[in-house]
Design a protein around this ligand. Sequence first.
Ligand SMILES: [Ca+2]
Length: 124
Amino acid sequence: MSMRLSKVLAATALATALAGAATVPAYAATGYDRCPQNRMCIFTGYNGSGVMAAFAVGDADLGDSNGPTGMNNNTKSFYNNSGHHWDFWDLRGYDGAIRHSEPYVGGRNFGSAWVNRVTSLHDY
Ligand SMILES: [Ca+2]
């Protein structure tokens, strides 16, 4: 392959990648800012990184197939971007140990006791 052709192909690939990036939904960004208004968001990474799941009212079991998957016992930070109080529980069905979040606290890392522990969550 000629040098000129390989440069053209590389430029085409870059343009395609940029065009694709422009159409990626906001959720694919990183950080707390992608959490929509009036939602509780949980993240698989610290500081709002990784995969995000956003909730209006909660989820009784992050380990089942109803709602987002891959989040059970796999969240390290959260962003309460709602005016509601929220609770996180260790067990499904809002049971076991509980951790509370005040409204609009913004982004927080879970403390060491709660890293990779949340299994259900609900506002109230
Ligand atoms: Ca758990």
